[in-house]
Ligand binder design. Structure first.
Ligand SMILES: Nc1ncnc2c1ncn2[C@@H]1O[C@H](COP(=O)(O)OP(=O)(O)OP(=O)(O)O)[C@@H](O)[C@H]1O
Length: 453
């Protein structure tokens, strides 16, 4: 399935060709896609008049274009800006959910994240490569002997590298061998929201029952436990209850437990009791294998050299790789032409993959930062920890993450083989300093100006 924005951009592009300029500018340009799930796209428009026009004149065209692009029936659901604001307010009141990014803008279909396991995320569909070999092996062991070897099993690493996939694979495998097992998958955000609901509706006992009676608990993205005292307190007790009963716990995060801000020490130490394994970005061969696997599963015909071309363009994460393939597939359908390397180049052009990378590279950033602070590039890549070097090094890492598409491990590598968590730490530090420290604002502003010039 294409990502919401990707599909929207393709449809918008086709509408622009078909509609008069004035109709396009009046009704399509101000529309905003909010959410895409399997059968509908929710689209926000400024007024009732826009909504009526869409429903009467554009909805059918939208569905046709979406069908051409994805081969699926997707209907547009129009809401006005005012209705959207009201809905967002209502959902905050009922769920206590005020965290950014959890409104109707969420792009992940809720059925995958919050209620059940995604049946597509199995060991069979997971491609093993250097960066995930150990994680895969540990996941397999845990799915065969839950609660005995590695408890908890903790996966960490950058976004879109397969942590959730492996976690679901454990659950799916366990249920396949014994459908009576009680498996619960939850994101840390849903855990928090369910807890808040339970407190508000005085159903804490039921909440505890539900969580403490599982055979396998899968909690995704636990970095969002950061700073959430009540959630951490509750989770601590859930963890203990399950652990004592030898029930398996699997956790994922974008960083190691001790790097999650304000995570209680007692949780950090418990999370380290079992096995922590990192997942690093796939190398070129693995990326090609993932694409080939995906293309086969979807029945897409695509030549080998074209697959290699896509894999060479996108080295950051697997989700983007899959998004690129979906985009290419949609582009080929809309243009009614077979997938070739030149079609792929056209389809991916608007992602500006090369221009972003070639405009600013990590060595250029290192050179500019070193010059600005009168240190050497070797010192930035080295291990010295005095303030005169540490701050420029952290700024250079921050800028590398902001201005290039490089993955965290790749940035770490370019800085003398440092761990990706060091890059996260540097980024967080500079980001926090930029909020209050005027000297930092000036240095980073100057450097950005120089780099973009
Ligand atoms: N090795 C792999 N083989 C096949 N598919 C993969 C592999 N790694 C990742 N994917 C696919 O990439 C997509 C993103 O993976 P996933 O959601 O598991 O990432 P994640 O590490 O949990 O990211 P996030 O931190 O954003 O939650 C999924 O569709 C998943 O199936």
């Amino acid at each position: 399935m294409l990502e919401r924005n990707d599909l929207w951009n393709l449809i918008k592009f086709s509408m622009e060709q078909d509609l008069s300029k004035i109709t396009f500018q009046t009704f399509v340009e101000p529309a905003k896609p909010l959410q895409l799930d399997n059968s509908q796209m929710t689209i926000e428009v400024p007024t009732n008049l826009h909504r009526d026009y869409w429903e009467k004149n554009l909805a059918a065209k939208f569905t046709d274009l979406a069908m051409q692009a994805t081969n699926e029936q997707i209907r547009p659901v129009m809401i006005t800006e005012e209705e959207h604001q009201q809905l967002t307010k209502d959902s905050q009141v009922t769920t206590g959910n005020v965290a950014a990014g959890q409104s109707a803008n969420a792009t992940t279909p809720t059925f995958m994240r919050e209620t059940k396991l995604n049946p597509k995320y199995t060991f069979d569909t997971f491609v093993i490569g250097k960066g995930n070999q150990m994680a895969h092996a540990a996941a397999l062991v845990v799915s065969e002997e839950p609660g005995s070897m590695y408890n908890p099993l903790f996966f960490y690493g950058g976004v879109g590298l397969g942590k959730t996939h492996l976690m679901h694979a454990i659950g799916n495998k366990l249920l396949e061998s014994d459908p009576t097992r009680n498996v619960k998958y939850v994101t840390s955000e849903s855990f928090t929201n369910e807890l808040i609901n339970a407190i508000q509706t005085k159903k804490q006992e039921a909440f505890r029952e539900e969580y403490r009676n599982v055979d396998l608990l899968l909690v995704d993205d636990i970095q969002f436990f950061a700073n959430k005292e009540a959630t951490q307190e509750e989770f601590f007790h859930t963890f203990n209850a399950l652990y004592e009963e030898n029930k398996q716990i699997v956790l994922t995060s974008d960083r190691l437990p001790n790097e999650i801000p304000q995570l209680q020490d007692r949780l950090v130490s418990r999370f380290k009791w079992g096995l922590s394994v990192d997942i690093t970005p796939p190398d070129l061969e693995t990326r090609i294998a993932i694409l080939r696997n995906k293309a086969d599963l979807e029945g897409i015909t695509i030549p080998d050299d074209t697959l290699s071309y896509i894999a060479g363009q996108i080295d950051s994460n697997v989700r983007e790789l899959e998004g690129a393939l979906a985009r290419v597939q949609a582009y080929s359908r809309l243009n009614n032409s077979p997938i070739t390397t030149s079609l792929v180049a056209d389809a991916l052009k608007s992602l500006h993959l090369n221009s972003k990378l070639s405009e600013v590279s990590i060595p250029v950033i290192q050179e500019k930062v070193a010059k600005y602070f009168h240190v050497t590039v070797a010192e930035l890549k080295g291990k010295k920890r005095n303030k005169q070097i540490v701050i420029p090094r952290q700024i250079a890492m921050y800028l590398s993450r902001e201005l290039t598409d490089s993955s965290l491990p790749r940035i770490g590598n370019e800085f003398g083989g440092k761990d990706h968590t060091t890059v996260i730490h540097a980024y967080d530090k500079i980001e926090a300093a930029l909020k209050t420290d005027t000297e930092m604002q000036k240095s980073v502003g100057d450097l950005k100006g120089q780099l973009k010039a």
